[in-house]
Design a protein around this ligand. Structure first.
Ligand code: FNR
Length: 380
């Protein structure tokens, strides 16, 4: 009602409250390189479209007269009580969207108690983002570097600066075929290279022939070869378990057998995700993969979900399909690009307000108990 009350003085929200419209607004205001990088997907974009279609195809079946006047959105995730089933997904190089970059996103998330998952490809060193996060939850996403010294250095820095949950992204052993970036020859990692998280890492710097500022292009190429390792296999997870004593979550899981292997390897959670359709064009929609993964490991692992979440109804559907909580990607990056910390705050508030109303109007007082019977599926 805050928005309606402000409206009595003629004030309307600065950004759309329908988060699906943020993309078109961002396109009008941001340069084609940065916008194309964030909005873009792998190949012909079919996976990103399938992510939306798979959520749209599922329809909520509202129930009536169930006393929903008091509601509690909180959930338990990896032993932590979160105010809502939401975290901000790791998104790299946010300085292309806004000069305050990850710091602004982290502050917005912290103010609402929403975990902010800092990307290892961030444009701000993780120590600085930790400070911006204050007392709130600090989660760190690792692109698992090829050189174990660099991996150790990253994990050590993350531990020392108070990150508690490690999210390891497995679906990006290589950058995919991304026509929008290729067509513009736009590689975001060149932006602010000298101060970015990777490029300030002592172990990473030790492997450079010349200092970053003397040859930034060579530093970026070194990063591209180092940031992930296509030779990794399941037994390598032992290295992570050895070097990280908090919860470890594997991001990018789409097959139930991979989820079972994650559980067998002593991991704590998985993110069912196809990277927002940015890695394998033609991949299964994340929402279609979610029920099978949840059935396979829901009793052994915390199952999180991302790829295509845009509305409160989408959050409801993901939870009903078996997720404990969701991660949000592009929409908050657009919010950041349009209005810095306030833009990210706008996105978080709109999404959670809509989720709260969706729950209530569908006959639920909280996330607990959402399940398959709350959804109907339209024929594909
Ligand atoms: C990403 N994503 C990502 N994931 C990750 O683990 N590390 C990263 O550095 C990045 N970087 C990144 C940059 C940009 C511009 C985007 C859009 C995405 C993937 C991200 O965490 C998440 O999986 C998707 O964004 C979720 O899909 P939606 O919400 O964007 O549809």
């Amino acid at each position: 009602y805050e928005i309606y009350l402000n409206g009595t003085t003629g004030a309307v929200p600065r950004l759309p409250t329908d988060l699906t419209r943020l993309e078109e607004v961002t396109e009008q205001r941001l340069g084609p390189g940065p916008f194309g990088y964030v909005a873009g997907s792998a190949g012909d974009g079919s996976t990103a479209r399938a992510n939306r279609a798979a959520l749209d195809r599922r329809r909520i079946v509202p129930r009536m007269l169930r006393d929903v006047h008091e509601r509690d959105l909180s959930v338990e995730v990896l032993g932590r009580r979160l105010p809502a089933p939401l975290a901000l997904a790791p998104v790299g190089v946010l300085s292309i969207m806004h000069p305050e970059a990850e710091g602004a996103a982290a502050r917005a998330a912290a103010a609402r108690g929403v975990p902010y998952i800092l990307s290892s490809a961030s444009s701000t060193p993780m120590e600085q983002v930790a400070e911006a996060t204050g007392d709130a939850e600090r989660w760190f996403q690792l692109y698992w570097p090829k050189d174990p010294e660099v991996a150790r250095s990253f994990l050590g820095r993350a531990r020392a600066s108070g990150y508690s949950v490690l999210v390891v992204t497995l679906d990006t052993p290589l950058l995919s075929w991304r026509p929008r970036d290729l067509d513009q020859a736009y590689l975001p990692f060149l932006h602010g290279v000298g101060t970015a998280n990777y490029f300030t890492d002592p172990a990473f710097r030790a492997g450079l022939a010349k200092p970053v500022d003397e040859d930034p292009n060579a530093a970026v190429m070194h990063f591209v070869g180092m940031f992930a390792d296509p030779a990794k296999t399941w037994p390598d997870l032992a290295f992570l378990r050895e070097h990280w004593d908090g919860p470890i979550v594997l991001k990018g899981i789409l097959h139930p057998d991979d989820a079972r292997r994650a559980a067998d390897a002593g991991m704590d959670g998985v993110v069912v995700s196809n990277h927002g359709g940015r890695q394998v064009a033609g991949a299964i929609a994340a929402a279609d993969a979610l029920p099978q993964v949840a059935r396979a490991v829901g009793d052994r692992l915390t199952v999180l979900f991302d790829s295509g979440i845009r509305t409160g109804a989408d959050v409801f559907k993901a939870l009903a399909l078996g997720a404990r909580a969701v991660l949000l990607g592009r929409p908050y990056a657009y919010g950041l690009g349009l209005d810095g910390q306030a833009g990210v705050d706008h996105v978080i508030r709109c999404l959670l307000a809509e989720f709260d109303l969706t729950l209530a109007l569908s006959g639920h007082s909280g996330p607990a108990g959402l399940g398959a019977s709350d959804l109907a599926e339209e024929p594909a």
